[in-house]
Design a protein around this ligand. Structure first.
Ligand code: IVH
Length: 688
């Protein structure tokens, strides 16, 4: 085969795989810059060799986020899909460049092509995941992801839980409005989420953008609400509105209560555009969310219409992308930290260096494979990057500065805390200390986790757990309940008031709901939302303890790894002893069903439910029955409608299509029976 053709095919296949990792798995396989360079190489080759053009080349298509079951990311592995709906107008991507010369070319092309006066609206390029919102009569009725640009996933129920997205518009809003933007995870939420995932032994999100798109596709809307997502809106398709300019459309959107960024500026020429770029290349470091460039749009909608679109992007806009900030500093030493699950994480101690507005002294080396891949050595000068991520990452070694004495870093074979030989299970990236019941950081970590705000909410932190451990008072969470006031007052720094506060927070744990008790046990891979799913599915600790691995696999979002971990925990002698002691202390070991509202509105209706809802499926069935309806497991000619939560079964959706059975979302259903949303609406704050 001719060399060019071979390279084109190679590039197409690399880019397709990279698209899948980025959009579907939320686990990117290469940096944005690498991706953009390969894409530009492909575009240049295809332009020079039109004989090899292909309509399904990644250069002609928008990367697809459409959810497929069993992606690599554990959170995408749900065994179900979202309902897909067609976009009214295709949702396209943007042409991008890292080269300011290409921005100048864009400006001169526009100057030549347009014979009307026009200006440029420069905006931040937000680094999240694209969303398209539809308001009808001022109510938010639909939220679709970009999908493949033509059809997107219906994530309305999840979007309704995002704090700064209004459910209703205010002022002189149009009857029908379609508006597009980005869902973001601010750094603070991203940090908190990853800290929690690390504690639970779950895989970490690579950056806030992946965390945002992973969270938007969760099957539990309540969990989405807890993830601290934010939205910013930046585009009203020009076909759908009667404005003269883009900036006027955004100002109007802001007046209807929609979150629109103030950080935009109208520019007349390249000089002003460059000023805007230079300003934000530095100032963006102070923003609470990630941006990866500047978008330059022609502001006049008539000019936009006359320039039109390519197959993939508008000709009236271009994105200038910032290079990730990187510094080079000396690696002074490596610590090996043992977490509560026994996982050993290598952490680099660096010669302090300024990066992204903060002093960086430590960076994660992730695991032993990553260390080996970098061939990292103490004494090396290493590149540290803080792209979208808050936790700095070592991305490479400057070999020309390697001192002669530098030896390869040897990952320890013994636990640095208790000396037990470390183990690594097949398929695991991390080494573990197996001495669960004797390794101090693991014991203390489990106690800290149990006491945590989102677990049992006991008024004590890491320092107290240390103190209890050192004093020999506590080895497992159940020991906490045996501590008396006299013992507390014997500890350094404890006074009567602190002791009373601690003891009363301990006694308040008897009212903590079962799902949080299950989470507090610290079972590996069982984070907050998994604990909730399992608790709701089984309803009690006894039911979980007697469940088989197969039974556990029936829980949505639970795969082999989680099922295995729960099963092993529930069959471990020490865990069972601990559970039995906690039961004796009076903790809640079963869930309570929420009371359902009553009406006759579903009289004579047979409903099939599929997917996940903001309340448990049992509670949803109760709600149907309480409103006079009947629930059925299978679809048939007598089914009145399918009540589809997030990620309903694809088979069920197909069958509804064939039989002409209507599909209702949770919100539509709630409107029908007149039930209020399951939770109070979040206050609408505006970060932008
Ligand atoms: S305008 C027709 N404006 O970047 C295209 N997009 O890499 C309308 N993005 O697909 C998009 N910030 O998801 C626009 N201020 C902004 C943006 C923005 C981020 C995203 C958007 C787009 C992607 C392209």
């Amino acid at each position: 085969m001719d060399e060019v053709k071979q390279r084109i095919e190679e590039l197409r296949s690399i880019l397709r795989e990279s698209n899948r990792r980025y959009y579907v798995d939320n686990a990117p396989s290469m940096s944005d810059m690498e991706y953009d360079f390969l894409m530009h190489e492909l575009e240049a080759l295809e332009e020079a060799h039109p004989e090899y053009a292909s309509p399904d080349s990644p250069s002609r298509r928008v990367g697809s986020d459409i959810d497929v079951p069993f992606g690599a990311n554990a959170e995408a592995r749900t065994g179900g899909e979202f309902v897909k709906r067609e976009h009214r107008y295709p949702m396209l991507s943007l042409a991008n460049t890292y080269n300011i010369g290409e921005i100048e070319d864009f400006v001169s092309r526009a100057d030549k092509a347009l014979d009307i006066p026009f200006s440029y609206c420069c905006e931040l390029k937000f680094d999240g995941t694209a969303i398209c919102l539809t308001y009808s009569g001022g109510r938010l009725v639909r939220a679709l992801t970009r999908g493949d640009g033509v059809r997107g996933d219906d994530v309305t129920e999840n979007v309704l839980r995002i704090g700064n997205i209004p459910h209703r518009l205010q002022g002189d809003f149009p009857e029908d409005l379609e508006i597009r933007g980005e869902i973001l995870m601010p750094y603070a939420s991203f940090d908190a989420l990853n800290r929690e995932r690390e504690e639970n032994g779950e895989t970490l999100f690579a950056n806030p953008r992946n965390a945002a798109s992973g969270s938007l596709k969760l099957s539990d809307p309540q969990e989405v609400g807890r993830r601290g997502l934010w939205c910013t809106l930046y585009h009203i398709p020009a076909q759908s509105v009667a404005f003269d300019t883009h900036s006027e459309a955004l100002d109007k959107a802001a007046s209807w209560g929609l979150p629109v960024s103030e950080h935009r500026r109208l520019c007349k020429n390249t000089g002003e555009i460059k000023e805007f770029i230079d300003h934000w290349d530095k100032a963006r470091r102070d923003l609470p969310y990630a941006t990866d460039g500047i978008v330059i749009k022609i502001n006049e909608l008539s000019a936009q219409r006359s320039l039109g679109y390519t197959a993939k992007s508008p000709r009236w806009a271009v994105a200038y992308k910032f290079k990730a900030e990187e510094v080079c500093t000396e690696l002074l030493s490596i610590d090996y930290q043992v977490g509560r699950t026994g996982a050993v994480t290598p952490v680099a101690n660096l010669s302090p260096v300024q990066l992204g507005g903060t002093t960086v002294k430590r960076a994660t080396l992730v695991n032993s494979d990553q260390m080996a891949a970098l061939d990292i050595r103490v004494g090396d000068f290493v590149f540290v990057e803080k792209g979208g991520e808050i936790i700095p990452k070592i991305t490479g070694v400057k070999l020309s500065l390697r001192p002669e004495w530098a030896l390869p870093a040897a990952f320890p074979s013994l636990c640095p805390d208790c000396g037990t030989p470390l183990v690594k299970q097949e398929g695991e990236a991390k080494w573990f200390c197996p001495n669960q019941d004797g390794c101090p950081p693991q014991i203390k970590g489990r106690i800290v986790h149990f006491m945590g705000r989102r677990a049992m909410n006991i008024l004590a932190g890491e320092a107290t757990a240390d103190q209890f451990y050192e004093a020999g008072l506590v080895r497992t969470p159940a020991d906490l309940y045996d501590i008396n006031k006299y013992q507390l007052l014997c500890l350094e720094g404890w006074q009567e008031r602190a002791a009373d506060r601690f003891l009363s927070s301990l006694s308040a744990t008897k009212d903590v709901p079962f799902e949080r008790v299950l989470f507090a046990l610290g079972i590996r891979f069982v984070g907050e939302s998994t604990a909730r799913d399992i608790a709701r599915h089984f309803g009690s600790m006894d039911a979980i303890a007697s469940a088989s691995r197969e039974d556990l696999l029936d829980v949505p979002e639970v795969g082999e790894v989680i099922a295995g971990s729960v099963y092993d925990y529930m069959h471990d002698e020490n865990s069972l002893k601990e559970i039995s002691r906690l039961r004796d202390k009076g903790l809640r070991f079963s869930a309570e069903a929420p009371a359902a509202a009553a009406s006759e509105r579903l009289k004579g209706k047979t409903v099939v439910i599929s997917g996940n809802f903001s309340i448990s499926r049992d509670a949803m069935r109760e709600l149907i029955v309480a409103n006079g309806g009947k629930c059925s497991l299978a679809l048939s000619g007598s089914t009145s409608f399918l009540l589809a939560g997030t990620k309903p079964g694809p088979e069920k959706l197909r069958k509804c299509g064939q039989l002409g059975i209507p599909v209702l979302s949770e919100q539509e259903f709630r409107n029908l029976v007149g039930a209020s949303p399951a939770e109070d609406e979040e206050p609408q704050l505006n970060l932008f």
